[in-house]
Design a protein around this ligand. Structure first.
Ligand code: MTE
Length: 389
């Protein structure tokens, strides 16, 4: 801010002209000036862009809801725009009454709307051994948060009359070419899982599973099967390719841990973050996101000296279970080099670990479930970069 910017005296053209009419764009777009904010893919991460990931630009987002057009994407065999009139959902297996639903059938059933994050188990995967990528978009951008609308899975399983004495697991299957299949324990299926057609007040976007996807709150993204076409009820885990060969944790002793699904408490400062530059000394709002697959975020602490001293951040509303929580923290930068960190705690008392603590248990050769504390270094010029302590 300045005391006398002459620009305030110039009348720009938009103050003197007639603007555009209503319905100029029947389904609106962002401003033409918002060009820097985009989903990005990491060059060289995968050999083909159909089996790849695009990262959400967390550094430029406000609040907790990810705009649908900026939701991260993870596809194993490309995305498809499924004709809803030809889409079907089958419930079969250990059921008294196998069912096949059309979208119209599903949309007349009782619905719920809930805000939840979805995080790929491979979020922060490249950072296990050392610093690999420069910005928060690449370190943490495989997460998004939306209001999803759909039918509780329990309603559909009741409708199909599951055999309660034997039914212990369900298998969810997608309609895309990847044959994505994931086992979900029955307690979770009957608890808060639902089949969603809505996202942020509109139908799901095709990239995110239009017209139907599974929502499994708190659980890693791979179980949120997109283009959902089938739920099979069974009495044991299915051991599908995406749970036996992939999405397993390589432990330090060389053994693989399967079925670790819950995304533990994690947080990250989104501004200031890697690749940004502070405009100058003085006041700076430090803001970020925290989440836990086990429940609600209870506290976020921020450190400016690499974890020696901590200050409680303000948690903004709403603070919802298994959803992103926005935090803010006042800071006055005195121009000296700093190490910025955030540390989340959830309502189970779980505290987000440092890299040292996480590596003691998990080693450095894993891909999945890296929830370590992120450090951003601010140098004297105000430039921010990714470092590990
Ligand atoms: N479902 C199907 N049918 N095919 C897929 O490739 N990818 C999974 C999951 N569901 C996938 C899928 C993975 S690994 C993740 S992380 C999430 O979808 C990503 O969801 P999004 O693309 O909406 O962000």
């Amino acid at each position: 801010p300045s005391d006398g910017d002459a620009e305030i005296l110039n009348l720009p053209p938009w103050s003197t002209l007639l603007g555009k009419p209503v319905v100029f764009k029947p389904y609106g777009d962002p401003s033409i000036y918002e060009t820097s904010l985009a989903r990005r893919q990491s060059p060289g991460l995968t050999s083909v862009a159909q089996a790849s990931v695009s990262f959400a630009p967390l550094q430029g987002l406000f609040g907790i809801i990810t705009p649908s057009g900026l939701h991260f994407e993870r596809h194993h065999q490309g995305w498809v725009d499924v004709d809803p009139s030809r889409h079907r959902l089958m419930i079969n297996g250990l059921v008294g009454r196998p069912r096949v639903y059309t979208m119209d059938d599903l949309m007349r059933l009782p619905s719920v709307s809930r805000i939840h994050f979805i995080e790929c188990g491979a979020n922060s995967a490249m950072e296990w051994a050392n610093v690999a990528v420069p910005t928060v978009q690449y370190t943490h951008g495989m997460i998004s948060c939306s209001e999803f609308t759909g039918v509780p899975l329990s309603v559909l399983l009741d409708d199909a009359k599951i055999d309660r004495s034997r039914a212990k697991f369900v298998l969810a299957e997608g309609a895309d070419g990847s044959s994505m299949t994931r086992t979900i324990p029955m307690e979770r299926a009957l608890d808060d899982a639902f089949v969603a057609y809505g996202m942020n007040g509109e139908m799901l976007r095709p990239e995110n599973g239009y017209p139907l996807r599974l929502v499994v709150p708190g659980v890693q993204g791979v179980s949120w099967v997109k283009w959902l076409r089938r739920i099979e009820v069974g009495d044991q885990p299915y051991g599908a390719k995406d749970e036996v060969a992939h999405y397993v944790d390589l432990m330090p002793d060389g053994r693989l841990r399967q079925y670790t699904s819950i995304q533990e408490a994690k947080s990250v400062i989104t501004t200031p973050s890697g690749g940004q530059k502070l405009v100058g000394q003085g006041f700076c709002n430090v803001t970020g996101l925290a989440w836990s697959g086990r429940g609600t975020i209870k506290r976020v602490d921020v450190s400016f000296d690499g974890g020696r001293n901590w200050k409680a951040a303000r948690l903004e509303s709403p603070q919802l279970p298994k959803a992103l929580t926005r935090f803010n923290c006042d800071w006055t930068w005195d121009g000296s080099p700093c190490l910025l960190q955030s540390r989340a705690m959830d309502d189970t008392g779980f505290v987000q670990p440092s890299y040292r603590m996480l590596r003691e248990v998990r080693g450095t050769r894993s891909i999945y479930h890296n929830n370590a504390i992120q450090t951003w270094r601010v140098d004297r010029s105000g430039e921010v970069s990714n470092v590990q302590l």
